[in-house]
Ligand binder design. Sequence first.
Ligand SMILES: *Cc1c(COP(=O)(O)O)cnc(C)c1O
Length: 379
Amino acid sequence: MMNIPFNWPHMTGKELYYIAQSHCNGRLAGDGPFTKRCHAWLEERASCGKALLTHSCTAALEMAALLLDIQPGDEIIMPSYTFVSTANAFVLRGAGVVFVDIREDTLNLDERLIEAAITPRTKAIVPVHYAGVACAMDEIMAIARRHGLKVVEDAAQGVMASYKGQALGAFGDLGCYSFHETKNVIAGEGGALLVNDPLLIAQAEIIREKGTDRSRFFRGEVDKYTWQEAGSSFLPGELIAAFLFAQMEEAERITEERLGIWRRYHQMLAPLEQAGLLRRPIIPNHCRHNGHMYYTLLAPGIQRQRVLDKLKSQGIGAVFHYVPLHASPAGRRYGRVVGSLAVTEDISERLIRLPLWFGLDAARQERVVEVLAGALRRT
Ligand SMILES: *Cc1c(COP(=O)(O)O)cnc(C)c1O
């Protein structure tokens, strides 16, 4: 049997060499030479004023909530169809999360529903770029400006993807990336905060360095560093940065490879879509995605679990995705729903993700599609 895992982390080959360099030059704590190279890479790619490596995208989101001074009773508008960290970061500051539905085409926050969810307590909108496909950022930024709200992009899946030529994560006041092993460009655990509002840069550095002005001290701007305000430790060590920089150098190639695999699935699945058995992803014209994920929506009435079981029995690692946050125990406690979440509830029951990793060849993809087709025709 041909085993086809859902994910297989891609190593570029230079990770250990860069880690060895850190080892030899004796710089292991954070913000050393490799972290600086990662920051420069991010700032160039995203054309953002400041990029800061963090332990994870979760940590970057938590920094965002601290930077925006989110207080108990504040409200944050976000999709329910997302990872728990999108909500947790704000709930940890005492905020309530307000869930609105997603668009049927991209499965992203439906910008047409945001304004109805705004109250005097609303502080921020948190769009999530699902599968590295951009939310309608022009519209979302216009709504935020009109109502004086902040925007934090959860661009965990969006490294190397863009909207109208601009990198995801570079639109909001703050943007958050993930370099988790399951993403495209990886460090095991890792993330970054893009600080697009220049007024937040100095404070971001302080919050990330235990509430001190240590970053300014290292640049020689102050002669000692002191406790400036409440903060924590959000910076990864140099070994992580060394690994990550090897990945960043290959990010273009990784993205091209993944997009090739994505397009192959898209072609192979066209007949099943025509037969009414599934729906393929929809990429709006102004979005350049990054091949992060190939998902498909099974036709209503098809029993997803039986399809997944069938794939699993043939050694194929296909998986479903989020359990909507509004329907989970913590989501019910900390969140509230505005309007109907009909699209969220419908698609979350019908979505499956197919194996997609650097090196997945056409023969394996054909096998995935063959087994999927068999399962769909029989369930
Ligand atoms: C992966 C992911 C996260 C969390 O990223 P970590 O780096 O693991 O903390 C947050 N939000 C979304 C949408 C994700 O896909």
